[in-house]
Every structure is written in structure tokens, then in C-alpha cells.
Design a protein around this ligand. Structure first.
Ligand SMILES: Cc1cc2nc3c(=O)[nH]c(=O)nc-3n(C[C@H](O)[C@H](O)[C@H](O)COP(=O)(O)OP(=O)(O)OC[C@H]3O[C@@H](n4cnc5c(N)ncnc54)[C@H](O)[C@@H]3O)c2cc1C
Length: 735
């Protein structure tokens, strides 16, 4: 059970075939006293067994995708999507390019491999489509094919020779056939050892026969040395025409592995014991393609990675229990299946090879069954949170209002990058009972906001919470000067609390520093869930364009798409797609500091930020305060990707019904206020955009300014009109 008092943090770096097994097993039964964190470079993991079939059009893209966002939420596991830059082995921390370090007790590295480009002269990089990352292969290949659309003849060379590249060649052939475009010519270039090295002779013969039958030219015996403008040059100096070079050669270690200070084999993979523990650190495992067991020379193949899954799971459990670890014994023979994309497959097993429909049936069945195990995103039942008798939880009296231990606090404060702000006389650099701030012009803006995070990510929570709080300052024409933090940390083991606090405060201070503000103090307590709030003080640097300053004739501009409420609700139910998650996070992290420029440079009439009451609620406030009404063009109101699909699934935020009631009296027509197409108007926003009014002749300049600053979905969404009668009204118009 993943208890809040978990003492041990297990981190999976790279969620490939082996580590995905840990995630699946965890979902069924978490390891006592541990928490699990997955670190990945993409929100999606792909299954290579079905990748060629996807290229051929035999399967839809989703068939080979494991949605890590959904799977992690459903397994109650934290997911970090980020760029890892290294490992601090001494402190057992993973280092990132774009977020604070992550401490681990046990780590399993499974970031796969990459095709080797070593020793190749690259004269034309744009023609190369690498097989990795597999998540983007389909898109990159189609983009490259599109770029060649105007050519009379397009030559595609698959460079490799192993099972993967053979399948890719067969499957690309089928795809090109489906396009019915005779301009495409396909060839398979295999190096010195030729096509299908390592396969039985009988299997190789079958492969070559099928390649010939499908008119796929085979070039073998010499490796590619140079990739030129429209050709490749082989080691025997032959030039082979190639507009597109699909690079699928033998596996070498990813650059990140090379940077780890662990013992490696000749190709840069991490050497491990048979227990899968690295030779360098018993707390660090290396699995799948990323690891090489000392004294073995196995192919880098998914079948080994898959079989390592149960051994790794057992060994993680055993480390925690202090028991002797199990050895992984690689299978000596395994079934090899090659998709020939003609409704058949070639199979090799125990010294025999076959070609036929039943082989394809078998392959299809194995692959679909495999994926079904990882595409079940049903959330696990809510775990109760027992108090671990060994932990300090049992004795926590909350007598001091549940205040966080001073060691955690001082350790985090020591690490933070608190700026020296000229207005701060007493702050966290010389802490006292309260902060003392100097005001520049006697006009101080003060605002406060609280954020109970639906994200299982303290760093992002800190950033988003600070942006939310500071947003109120910006739309009031104020530059944040200082902030006070109010933090509620979940009841966790002290080690975990330290990590949570470190990430949360780093995130919030990073954002505040971007505005030249200083964190001057705060208070933190323990409670049921992570909650972050900030009181932000701002220097009034421009006249506030308050809600009541809308003028009849103004156009209404909304700077960001709506939908974060629905998407976050979908995320909590494991229904938000990984493909949509990153757009949601990016949108919430887009600062509203731009409000200051809009006020100073663009003569805005009035503005507010769109938060918990939804667009309708905040617009209503402006209309009431300005004694006007508005016509809203429903189609012009943009939403985040995935919003409509989730609304169709009847997902909405808990606050949405209240928001509807709040705005109902002002709504025209009222009958359909619950209609799905209006849902966006009542959706409470986290990290929502700015709603502003501006004279129509100035609105296009504002839109291009917003667009230039990354607000790509900003749009005019309606006009301010005179109020008819006693009530300010929001009149909906549809195209
Ligand atoms: C086209 C093709 C077909 C294949 N077919 C077969 C087959 O039929 N049978 C077979 O046995 N083998 C096959 N293979 C080989 C097989 O894909 C690999 O051996 C297998 O994927 C290895 O599994 P893994 O878990 O080590 O790595 P992967 O499955 O590659 O997973 C690694 C994961 O780590 C992530 N990652 C990478 N870098 C980072 C980073 N810096 N930070 C965080 N995460 C990172 C990746 O996004 C990925 O999700 C095929 C390979 C290809 C290319």
C-alpha cells in the first residue's frame, strides 16, 4: 500500500518494457512503505512490437501507445515528464534541466537504446529519420514524406538489417502501396553482416524472398559511411539514391547513459549483476536495453526486457524486505516474429522457421494481449492511509497547529534562491517575527490565493500557485514586490516532506524571481493534502484597469483557451490523455505578467483574470460593475485540446454547477444553460487567462502583441453593448 508515511522512494527512469511492468504490478499491489515515481521524457510510452504495424496502417497510432499520464494517475503513482541531465550518485539524486533534483532510495534505469550513427559523415541531416524516439517516428516520417511531395521520384532507404528494420521495410511498403503512388521506391540497406544477421538461414531466405516479392531492393555487404544530399555512400564507395534515410541500425547507449558515472560495457550500456543491480551501486538497477549483465552478450531485444520485469519487481520487494535478491536468467531461445505486412508473418522458433497467416495471427494476438495489460486505466481503489507504527505519524499531536518541523523548513530555505529586493528591509535573509517592506509610492496592491493541487507534482504546484496569486497583482497594474507563503504539506515521512517542500518552494520562488519579487516569509502546516497559497504584495506601477471600466463598443479579448477545470477533473479520474496533458500544464504555466504591458502600451479599458468563477462569472462581474451587457461569440471562445472529449464523457469540475447558478440570471437565452457547448463558459480555471475590454480599432494590435508573446489562442470573443433593463446580460450568439 502506498502509504503517506512511506520511507522509501523508488524511482523508475524511462518507462519502457521492464519498468512498465513495475508500474503495472504496483497498481495491483504497491510495495509496503514505499512510494513510486516515474520519470519519462514523453507522456506516452510506445511498444516497438506494434510500431511497424502502425506505420503500415494495420493499427491506429493508439494501439501501440501506453498513456503514462493516465496509467500513473490510475496507479496512484507520481509522474515527472522532464529532461534528466545526470545522476548525483553520492546523494542519490536525479538531476533535471528544468526542475529541482529528485531524491531516490532505489532507482531503475530503463531508457532503452538508440541506433548508432557513430562514424557516419552527415552531410544532410534533414534527410535522416531516426527510429528513435519511437513516440514521434510516425509524425517525423510523414512530415519528411510530405516534404518530398513535389518530387518526381522519392527514394526511401531503410538502413539497418535487424528484425526491426526488416519489419519497417515491409510495413512501409504496405503503407506506400496504400497511397497508390508509384513515385516511391523502397530499399533496405544492411551492412556487412547482411539482412537478418543472427536469424537462421532458413528464416533469412524467407525474409529475402518476401523482400523480393514486394519489390524492396536489398543492398547488403557494406555499411553506410556518408549521408549526402540525395544519396548515401557505402564503404565500397557506391552511391545509393536516398531522399529519405530511415535510420534503424544496431543499438548503442543513449547519450544520457554515457553521462552516468557508472561502470559500462563497450557500447556504453550499464553493466549489471545478474540481479539487475548495476555493478557500481546496488541501489541502482539497469534494465532492458540500458543494462548489460556482466559476462553476457545478449541482443538488445524487447523479449529480454519484458522477462526482466517480474525479476526486477521481485528484487525491489526483496531489497525493501532485506532479503537476498533473485538472478535474472535470460532465455536461450525465444520466438521471433516478423510482420511481413501482407497478412502473414515469418516466425522462427527452436531451430525452425515458418511463414504464413497463422504466424501473423499469433503475432497480432501476442501484441494485443501485451498492450491490453498496459492500457487499462481504471483507477485502483482509493487506498486508505494507515498510520505506520514505526513512523512518527502516530505521535503527531498537531498541538502547534500541525506546524512543519523546523529542520525541514530551514533546510529548504537554505537551498532557495531568495533575491535581495530593494524594498525588503526585513525578509527571509534576516528573518524575524514579520517581514518589513518599504513602499515606493504609498500604493501597495495586496492579494492572496490558495491552491489545492490536483497535480501530483509539488514543483509544478509551486509554480502554478505562485502564478495564480501573482496574476491578481498584474491585472491590477501592480508589479509583485514580495510574497508570503502559506503551505499545507501532506502527512508524510520527514524525508518525503523535505522533498515535497523543496520542490514546492523552488517552483514558487523561481516564478517570483522572474517578476523580481522576494519571498519574505510564510507559514507551513501539516494537513490532509498538498495546498499552497501566497499573499502577494505589489507596487502599483500603472493605473489599475478595474472591472468597472468597460465601455460600450469595446471588444472583449480572452488571452488563453478555457478548459483547465474539466481537464484537471479528467486528470484526477485518469481520463485525460497524455497527449493533452502537456498543453494543459503549459497553459497553466503561462504567466499573466503580460497584463502590465497591455495596460501600459495598449490602452486597455478594463481587465480581470479568469479563475474559479469561469469566464461567465468573471465577465458577469465586469458587466455588473460597468453597468453594461455583452454579446459573446461562442465559437470564438477557444478551449484546450481534449476539453470537448471530456465534456462528452460528462466530466466537469465540482465548481461548474455553482458557476452556472451564479451566472444564470444574467444569461440569454437561459433555457440551454446546461448544454455541453456552453460548458466552457462555466468551467472554473486554474492558471486562466486575462479577459479584457478594448476599443475596436485597437484590438488587432493587442491580438498581434499577444500572439507574438506566445498567447497563440487569444481572440476577440465578443463585444460590450448597452444594458437593456436592470440586469447586465451575457447574450450568446452562435455561428
Ligand atoms: C521497429 C522495432 C521493432 C522491434 N521489434 C522487436 C521485436 O519484435 N521483438 C523484440 O524482442 N524486440 C524488438 N525490438 C527491440 C525492442 O524495441 C527493444 O529491445 C526494447 O524496446 C527495449 O526495451 P526497453 O524497456 O529497454 O526500452 P524502450 O522500450 O526503448 O523504452 C525506453 C523508454 O525510456 C524513455 N526514455 C528514453 N530516454 C529517456 C530519458 N532521457 N529520460 C526519460 N525517459 C527516457 C523512452 O521514451 C521509452 O519510453 C524492436 C525495435 C524496433 C526499433
Amino acid at each position: 500500500m502506498q502509504t503517506n508515511s512511506a520511507k522509501n522512494t523508488i524511482v523508475l527512469l524511462g518507462i519502457g518494457h521492464t519498468n512498465a511492468h513495475i508500474l503495472k504490478s504496483w497498481k495491483m499491489k504497491p510495495i509496503d512503505d514505499c512510494r513510486l515515481i516515474c520519470v519519462t521524457n514523453f507522456p506516452i510510452a510506445t511498444y516497438s512490437g506494434m510500431l511497424p504495424g502502425v506505420l503500415a496502417g494495420q493499427y491506429p497510432l493508439q494501439a501501440m501507445e501506453i498513456d503514462l499520464v493516465r496509467l500513473c494517475v490510475s496507479a496512484n503513482v507520481r509522474l515527472i515528464i522532464g529532461e534528466v541531465t545526470g545522476i548525483d550518485d553520492e546523494r542519490q539524486r536525479i538531476k533535471f534541466a528544468d526542475r529541482p533534483d529528485l531524491a531516490f532510495d532505489l532507482l531503475s534505469i530503463g531508457i532503452g537504446s538508440r541506433p548508432s550513427l557513430g562514424g557516419i559523415t552527415l552531410e544532410n541531416e534533414s534527410s535522416v529519420v531516426s527510429i528513435k524516439p519511437m513516440q514521434t517516428l510516425n509524425q517525423r516520417l510523414h512530415d519528411r514524406i510530405d516534404q518530398c511531395a513535389s518530387q518526381k521520384e522519392v527514394s526511401i532507404a531503410v538502413v539497418g538489417g535487424g528484425i526491426g528494420s526488416i519489419e519497417i521495410a515491409f510495413c512501409l511498403h504496405r503503407y506506400l502501396q496504400s497511397k497508390n503512388d508509384a513515385r516511391f521506391k523502397l530499399k533496405l540497406i544492411a551492412g556487412k553482416s547482411g539482412v537478418g544477421a543472427g536469424l537462421l538461414d532458413s528464416t533469412r531466405q524467407k525474409v529475402l524472398k518476401r523482400l523480393e516479392a514486394q519489390s524492396i531492393e536489398v543492398v547488403q555487404g557494406h555499411r553506410v559511411q556518408t549521408i549526402g544530399q540525395k544519396h548515401v555512400v557505402l564503404s565500397d564507395r557506391r552511391e545509393i539514391t536516398a531522399d529519405i534515410v530511415l535510420w534503424a541500425t544496431s543499438a548503442v547507449a543513449p547519450q544520457l547513459l554515457e553521462s552516468f558515472d557508472y561502470q559500462k560495457d563497450g557500447r556504453g550500456f550499464l553493466t549489471t549483476k545478474p540481479t539487475l543491480q548495476t555493478a557500481s551501486n546496488p541501489n541502482v538497477f539497469a534494465v532492458g536495453d540500458s543494462g548489460t549483465i556482466e559476462g553476457t552478450n545478449l541482443d538488445k531485444a524487447g523479449v529480454y526486457a519484458v522477462r526482466q520485469g517480474p525479476v526486477l519487481w521481485e528484487n525491489l520487494n526483496r531489497v525493501i524486505l532485506g532479503r537476498t535478491l533473485q538472478d535474472y536468467r535470460p532465455q536461450t531461445k525465444y520466438l521471433k516474429l516478423i510482420n511481413t505486412a501482407d497478412g502473414r508473418s515469418i516466425a522462427e522458433f527452436k531451430g525452425r522457421s515458418f511463414y504464413g497467416r497463422w504466424c501473423w495471427w499469433l503475432k497480432d494476438r501476442i501484441d494485443k494481449n501485451f498492450m491490453a495489460m498496459y492500457q487499462n486505466y481504471e483507477p485502483m481503489p482509493m487506498a486508505t492511509v494507515p498510520v505506520d507504527p514505526d513512523s512518527t505519524d502516530a505521535m503527531r499531536c498537531l498541538g502547534c497547529g500541525g506546524k512543519i518541523g523546523s529542520q525541514i523548513l530551514s533546510s529548504v530555505l537554505d537551498e532557495l534562491d531568495i533575491v535581495d529586493h530593494p524594498s525588503v528591509i526585513i525578509g527571509l535573509k534576516n528573518p524575524d517575527d514579520a517581514a518589513v517592506i518599504k513602499t515606493r509610492n504609498n500604493r501597495v496592491t495586496v492579494t492572496t490565493d490558495f491552491f489545492a493541487s490536483p497535480l501530483n507534482d509539488p514543483y509544478l504546484t509551486g509554480r502554478i500557485a505562485m502564478l495564480n496569486s501573482a496574476s491578481d497583482c498584474f491585472v491590477m497594474g501592480a508589479q509583485p514586490t514580495a510574497a508570503l507563503a502559506l503551505i499545507q504539506l501532506p502527512l508524510q515521512h520527514a524525508k518525503t516532506q523535505l522533498q515535497t517542500m523543496r520542490e514546492l518552494m523552488t517552483g514558487s520562488v523561481e516564478e517570483l524571481n522572474r517578476f523580481d519579487g522576494a519571498m519574505v516569509g510564510g507559514h507551513s502546516i501539516e494537513g490532509p493534502r498538498l495546498t499552497a497559497g501566497f499573499t502577494v504584495l505589489g507596487d502599483q506601477v500603472s493605473d489599475a484597469k478595474t472591472k468597472g471600466m468597460l465601455a460600450v463598443g469595446d471588444e472583449l479579448i480572452l488571452t488563453k483557451p478555457l478548459g483547465s477545470g474539466v481537464l484537471l477533473a479528467g486528470l484526477m479520474q485518469a481520463r485525460l490523455l497524455g497527449h493533452h496533458y502537456l498543453e494543459l500544464v503549459d497553459s497553466m504555466l503561462q504567466s499573466n505578467a503580460i497584463a502590465l504591458d497591455l495596460i501600459r502600451q495598449h490602452d486597455v479599458s478594463a481587465m480581470t483574470d479568469v479563475t474559479g468563477f469561469g469566464l461567465a462569472g468573471h465577465l458577469k462581474e465586469m458587466l455588473v460593475a460597468s453597468a453594461v451587457s455583452a454579446e459573446l461569440e461562442l465559437e470564438a471562445v477557444a478551449t484546450l485540446s481534449g476539453f470537448e472529449e471530456l465534456v462528452e464523457q460528462k466530466i466537469e469540475s465540482t465548481l461548474a454547477p455553482d458557476n452556472r447558478i451564479n451566472a444564470a440570471a444574467h444569461f440569454l437565452p437561459q433555457e440551454n444553460i446546461g448544454a455541453p457547448e456552453l460548458a466552457k463558459l462555466f468551467d472554473p480555471q486554474t492558471g486562466g487567462g486575462i479577459l479584457l475590454g478594448i476599443a475596436p480599432e485597437k484590438s488587432s494590435a493587442v491580438l498581434s502583441f499577444l500572439n507574438d508573446h506566445g498567447f497563440k489562442k487569444s481572440a476577440v470573443i465578443g463585444q460590450v453593448v448597452p444594458r437593456q433593463g436592470a440586469l447586465a446580460q451575457i447574450v450568446i450568439s452562435r455561428d
